[in-house]
Design a binder for this molecule. Structure first.
Ligand SMILES: Cc1cc2nc3c(=O)[nH]c(=O)nc-3n(C[C@H](O)[C@H](O)[C@H](O)COP(=O)(O)OP(=O)(O)OC[C@H]3O[C@@H](n4cnc5c(N)ncnc54)[C@H](O)[C@@H]3O)c2cc1C
Length: 418
C-alpha cells in the first residue's frame, strides 16, 4: 500500500474541505487534506460566523448593476470594483450582469435556499453529535433599518423568504428596540429571521479538523499544492511543497484560490475573489444579543461569549493581500450609526478574507465532466459557513455514499462546461 495514497484527496483545509473530509470519513473513505497553511486559515477564519437561510437571495438581482455603480461613487460604500482593466474580472462582471434578471435570480434563490436550509440543520446536528465546541447558538438573527424607505424597498426580501418557506417576521421599531437594547434610537424597523444561527468560525473549523483527525483523516498542513500529474484516468497525483500525494478521487475545495489551480488542469472556473474585512474585539458592555445585519450600511455584527465582530465589504481587486485601513474605518463608522457601543474594549484582530464568488451566486459542487476523478466543491461566496455541512454531505454521497439527500443538479459543474 502506497502511504501517500488515500481513497480521497481533499485540496484545501477551509470549512468546505474539512466538511467534505468529515462526511467522507463517516462514509468509510480514507481521506487526506492538503492545506498550504494551517487548517481553517483562509476565508473560514475571520468571517462573521452567521448561519443564514435568510440569505437565500443571490446578489444577482435586477437593478444590482445600477446600485453597484451608485455605490462606486461613494467613499464608504460596501462595494468596490477596481477599475484597472483585467480581462478575467471583466468577463466575470459581464457574466454576473447577464444573470441580473428575475429568471436567473429565482433559480439561484431556489438552489441557495435548498442547500442553506439543509446545511443549517446538519450543522446543528454535527455540533451536537460530534460535540463541537464552537459557541453555536440558535435564536435567530435580526436585520435592522434606520431608513423607512430602505426598509420598504426591501419588502421583496420578506416576500421571497415567505415563498421559499424560510421563517421571517417583520418587526416594528419598538419591537426591534425591545429585542436589542444595544441599538441607538432612531430605528425605523426590522426583520427577524428565527431560523438563523451563529457560531464562532475559527473555533468551528478547529473542531472540524479535530474530528477529522480523530476519525483517522490526515491533514497535511504546510503542503502547498504546486501542480498535477494527469493521465487517462484523470489526476494521477498532486504535487506539493511536501511531496506528491494521490487519491482515487480528488476534491478541489480551494475557496477563492480554486480558479488558480483549476486553470492548470485546463478548467476555467467563473469565479473571482470578493475581498471582505472584519474587526474583532472583546465584548462591549452593551453587546448585541443576536447577530445583526445593519442594512443601509451592509454590515454584519456577531457577538459570542469570547468576542464581538464587525464584518462587511465586497472588494473586487483581484488577489490583493493588503489590509485596507479605509475599509476597516468604514466598518467602524457604519457600526457607530447603529450601536450604542460599536467597539469593544480590547482590539483582538483586524482581518481580510477572499470570498469565492461564482458568477451566478450558486456554489459549484459535483464531478467534473472534464477530469474523471475530480470533484469540485467551491464557489460558496458569502455563504460558505452556512452551506458547508450540506456541501460535505453532498460530496460524500457523490463520491462514496448513498443517493444524495440534496438534488445535486443546480450545483453541477456541467452548467459551466466544467
Ligand atoms: C468578511 C467576511 C464575512 C463573512 N461572513 C460569513 C458569514 O457570516 N456566514 C457565512 O456563511 N459565510 C461568511 N463568509 C464567507 C465564508 O467565509 C466563505 O464562503 C468560506 O469561508 C469559504 O470556505 P472555503 O473552505 O471554500 O475557503 P477557504 O476557507 O478560503 O479555504 C480554502 C483553503 O485553501 C487553501 N489553499 C489555497 N491555495 C492552496 C494551495 N495552492 N495549496 C494548498 N492549499 C491551498 C487556503 O490556504 C485555504 O485554507 C464571510 C466572508 C468574509 C470575507
Amino acid at each position: 500500500m502506497n502511504p501517500s495514497h488515500s481513497d480521497v484527496l481533499v485540496l484545501g483545509g477551509g470549512v468546505i474541505g474539512l466538511s467534505c473530509a468529515l462526511y467522507l470519513l463517516k462514509a468509510g473513505a480514507s481521506v487526506r487534506v492538503l492545506e498550504q497553511g494551517t487548517a481553517g486559515c483562509g476565508s473560514s477564519h475571520g468571517n462573521c460566523g452567521t448561519l443564514t437561510p435568510s440569505h437565500a437571495d443571490p446578489l444577482t438581482m435586477p437593478g444590482m448593476i445600477g446600485q453597484a455603480l451608485r455605490w462606486m461613487l461613494k467613499r464608504d460604500a460596501p462595494l468596490y470594483v477596481n477599475p484597472k482593466p483585467d480581462p478575467a474580472r471583466l468577463r466575470w462582471l459581464l457574466g454576473f450582469a447577464r444573470r441580473c434578471n428575475w429568471r436567473d435570480f429565482t433559480s439561484a434563490a431556489d438552489a441557495r435556499a435548498a442547500i442553506l436550509v439543509r446545511s443549517r440543520n446538519l450543522i446543528e446536528e454535527l455540533v451536537t453529535n460530534e460535540s463541537l465546541d464552537c459557541e453555536f447558538a440558535n435564536g435567530g438573527a435580526l436585520s435592522v433599518y434606520r431608513d423607512r424607505r430602505a426598509m420598504e424597498a426591501d419588502a421583496w426580501h420578506v416576500e421571497l423568504l415567505e415563498r421559499l418557506g424560510i421563517g421571517v417576521v417583520r418587526k416594528s421599531a419598538d419591537e426591534v428596540m425591545d429585542m436589542e437594547p444595544s441599538l441607538l434610537p432612531g430605528v425605523a424597523g426590522g426583520v427577524f429571521h428565527p431560523g438563523d444561527a451563529r457560531l464562532r468560525p475559527d473555533r468551528y473549523v478547529g473542531e472540524l479538523a479535530r474530528r477529522v483527525r480523530e476519525l483517522g483523516g490526515i491533514i497535511e498542513e504546510g503542503a502547498r499544492i504546486e501542480g498535477f500529474a494527469t493521465g487517462a484516468s484523470g489526476i494521477d497525483s498532486v504535487d506539493t511543497s511536501r511531496g506528491a500525494f494521490s487519491g482515487d478521487r480528488v476534491v478541489l475545495a480551494l475557496g477563492a484560490w480554486s480558479p488558480l489551480l483549476a486553470r492548470t488542469l485546463g478548467l476555467t472556473l467563473p469565479m473571482q475573489p470578493g475581498k471582505g474585512y472584519s474587526i474583532t474585539w472583546t465584548r462591549p458592555e452593551l453587546c448585541p444579543r443576536l447577530p445583526l445585519t445593519l442594512c443601509e450600511a451592509s454590515l454584519c455584527v456577531t457577538a459570542w461569549d469570547s468576542g464581538f465582530r464587525l464584518g462587511s465589504t465586497m472588494e473586487f481587486s483581484g488577489y490583493d493581500e493588503r489590509l485596507n485601513q479605509r475599509r476597516l474605518g468604514a466598518l467602524r463608522r457604519g457600526a457607530a450609526r447603529y450601536l450604542r457601543q460599536p467597539e469593544g474594549p480590547e482590539l483582538r484582530e483586524e482581518w481580510w478574507g477572499w470570498r469565492p464568488m461564482t458568477v451566478d451566486e450558486v456554489p459549484i459542487i459535483g464531478p467534473s465532466a472534464r477530469r474523471s476523478n475530480l470533484m469540485l466543491a467551491t464557489g460558496h461566496g458569502m455563504m460558505g459557513m452556512s452551506m458547508s455541512a450540506a456541501t460535505g454531505e453532498l460530496v460524500a454521497s457523490l463520491c462514496a455514499g448513498p443517493a444524495p439527500v440534496l438534488d445535486p443538479t443546480p450545483y453541477a459543474p456541467s452548467r459551466f462546461g466544467l
